[in-house]
Structure formats: structure tokens, C-alpha cells
Write a protein that binds this ligand. Structure first.
Ligand code: ADP
Length: 197
């Protein structure tokens, strides 16, 4: 049965349901989600997601860390992409990172749930189109862009789970949490959504 939280948010869920009888298989979905605390640049995985800015030419926070770790050729490839709008996603190679690809997305400034959802969904779709099976997300927008952590985590987890339900090509999504406060938030939310985790 659907978790209580989702039953109270049917307007959102209906957009993703194929039919009235559609049910979430929580146990198989839960197996595709992991949370991990640490630096996203260290992950040996198909793709990591970068919380970039519209220029795609590097910045602070996780963006700066990714560009530093990937090396200068990343900026060269990014310069050919003509920027990225809020909510969109673009892909590059991983260069010196252990990850094969980097998916760059630009989060909203402040609490704009539709735009934040677009970041997660467009990143996942771009991943699927590039045969990416394992992907790690940072907490998009919750640093310099000021999205409240709890609200952002709810958007992230809900829409990633909803998306995975209908797009089985991705085998693992890792929420890479840099702050212990985010780790606590995600652990609690996962318990609520996927009690078996
Ligand atoms: P935004 O501009 O989208 O708010 P930030 O980079 O300022 O992006 O922050 C987004 C999140 O990334 C924050 O939770 C921040 O703590 C986290 N973060 C910073 N450095 C790293 C890193 N090396 N790996 C993973 N997450 C990171």
C-alpha cells in the first residue's frame, strides 16, 4: 500500500501514475536507494550530479569541489555547452574523477519545489539516455542557494522514488550527504517512505 505521506499528496502522484490501479512496489524501490555521507568526488560510480550554476563554468560548494577534482579539461568541455537553465541538466565526462560522467544541473535559488523536482527528473532522464545505471546526487540548492534542507530532501526523495517506479533502467541512486544534518533528515525520511530500510 502507499505510504501515508503520499496518500496525502495525490495531486502530485497522479501525474506519474499510469492507471488508477498502479501501486508502488516499495520493497524493490527501496533496494535501489542508498544514502552515504561524504565527498561526492570520491565516488566510483557511473555518474555524479553537480549542483552547478547557469554558466557551468564552476563555482563554490560542491561545484568547486567537482571542478577541482576533475581537473581543467572539465571546464573546457563545460565551456562548449552554452550554459544551463534552472531545472535543466547537461552531461560531461568525469575526467580525473572516479565517476565516468558528470551530470550538471542548476538548482533554484530559494524554495521552488517544481524547479527542484525538474533538476532530479531531468538528471535521471539524461542518465537513462546515456545508459547510466548508478548515479549519486548531492543536496541540490541547499547550500548557497538557500533551499531549506528538510523541504528539499522531501522533494528529492519523493520524486526520485516516483520516477524509479516507472523507469527501471537505473539500478542505484545514492543520496550523497555532506552534512550530518542532511544525513539525519534523509535517514528519517527513508524510514517513513521505505520502512524496511
Ligand atoms: P547550491 O548552490 O545548489 O546550494 P552548494 O554546493 O552550495 O550548492 O550546496 C549544495 C550541497 O552540497 C550542500 O549540502 C553542501 O554541503 C554540499 N556539498 C558541498 N561540497 C560537497 C562535496 N564535495 N560532496 C558532496 N556534497 C557537497
Amino acid at each position: 500500500t502507499w505510504p501515508e505521506y503520499w496518500q496525502t499528496n495525490k495531486d502530485n502522484i497522479d501525474k506519474y501514475k499510469k492507471s488508477e490501479n498502479d501501486k508502488f512496489d516499495m520493497s524493490s524501490l527501496a533496494n535501489k536507494i542508498s544514502i552515504w555521507e561524504g565527498d561526492i568526488t570520491t565516488l566510483e560510480i557511473d555518474a555524479i550530479v553537480n549542483a552547478a550554476n547557469e554558466s557551468l563554468l564552476g563555482g563554490g560548494g560542491v561545484d568547486g569541489a567537482i571542478h577541482r577534482a576533475a581537473g581543467p579539461y572539465l571546464r573546457k568541455e563545460c565551456a562548449t555547452l552554452k550554459g544551463c537553465q534552472v531545472g535543466e541538466a547537461k552531461i560531461t565526462g568525469g575526467y580525473k574523477l572516479p565517476a565516468k560522467y558528470i551530470i550538471h544541473t542548476v538548482g533554484p535559488r530559494g524554495e521552488k519545489p517544481d524547479k527542484l523536482r525538474d533538476c532530479y527528473i531531468n538528471s535521471l532522464e539524461l542518465a537513462e539516455n546515456n545508459e547510466i545505471k548508478t548515479i549519486a546526487f548531492p543536496c541540490i540548492s541547499t547550500g548557497v542557494y538557500g533551499y531549506p534542507q528538510q523541504a528539499a530532501a522531501e522533494v528529492a526523495l519523493r520524486h526520485v522514488l516516483l520516477h524509479l517506479e516507472h523507469h527501471p533502467k537505473i539500478s542505484r541512486v545514492i543520496f550523497c550527504l555532506f552534512l550530518s544534518t542532511d544525513k539525519e533528515i534523509y535517514e528519517k525520511l527513508l524510514q517513513k517512505y521505505c520502512p524496511q530500510k
